[in-house]
Ligand binder design. Structure first.
Ligand code: NAD
Length: 146
């Protein structure tokens, strides 16, 4: 059963993906190499949730609960507890391959590792791991948020 989702990258896509999972009730660990990106990511989620509240689509308690489910960190340590992983780092093949190799070491066997890549071969990313059958593409769209 999936309880905790690990998201790599707190940029445009990563923070939106984290928000979607948090609003759906999952615990989320968002990791980024840049503290500033984590700060911006948190601010983007707060702003979006506030708009949902303004529009009456979310109550204040649910907003707080969703925010409380997201941890922002520069460390990958929390990924040991992840039951599902979505990678949304820069669109650079070697960056992603290195990340998949590292995630393969840190994340429990049997856990799926997914990429939000727009153009990089999933087979290439899968080949950087020892669990190629558990590597998949999970492409989120960049839509204007509430
Ligand atoms: N922006 C879009 O419209 C869009 C739509 C669909 C898919 N995508 C894909 O989603 C992915 C992310 O795109 P984005 O627009 O969010 O990019 P972005 O530049 O806004 O964010 C990428 C983040 O990844 C972080 N990062 C870079 N290397 C890292 C590493 N080794 N470990 C952890 N974090 C790292 C950066 O600090 C940055 O915060 C890309 O693969 C992109 O092709 C983007």
């Amino acid at each position: 059963m999936i309880k905790t989702v690990g998201v790599i990258g707190a940029g445009t896509m990563g923070n939106g993906i984290a928000q979607v999972f948090a609003q759906a009730g999952f615990q989320v660990v968002v990791q980024d190499v840049a503290e500033k990106a984590l700060d911006r990511g948190r601010a983007a989620i707060e702003k979006s949730l506030a708009k949902f509240v303004e529009k009456g689509k979310l109550d204040a308690a649910s907003r707080e609960a969703a925010l409380g489910r997201v941890v922002f960190t520069t460390s990958l340590d929390g990924f040991a507890a992840a039951d599902y992983v979505v990678e949304a780092a820069f669109e650079e093949r070697e960056t992603k391959r290195a990340l998949f190799a590292k995630l393969d070491q840190l994340v429990r066997p049997g856990v799926m590792l997914t990429s939000n890549t727009s153009s990089i071969s999933i087979t290439t990313l899968a080949a950087a791991t020892r669990r190629p059958d558990l590597v998949l593409g999970m492409h989120f769209m960049n839509r204007c948020r509430s």
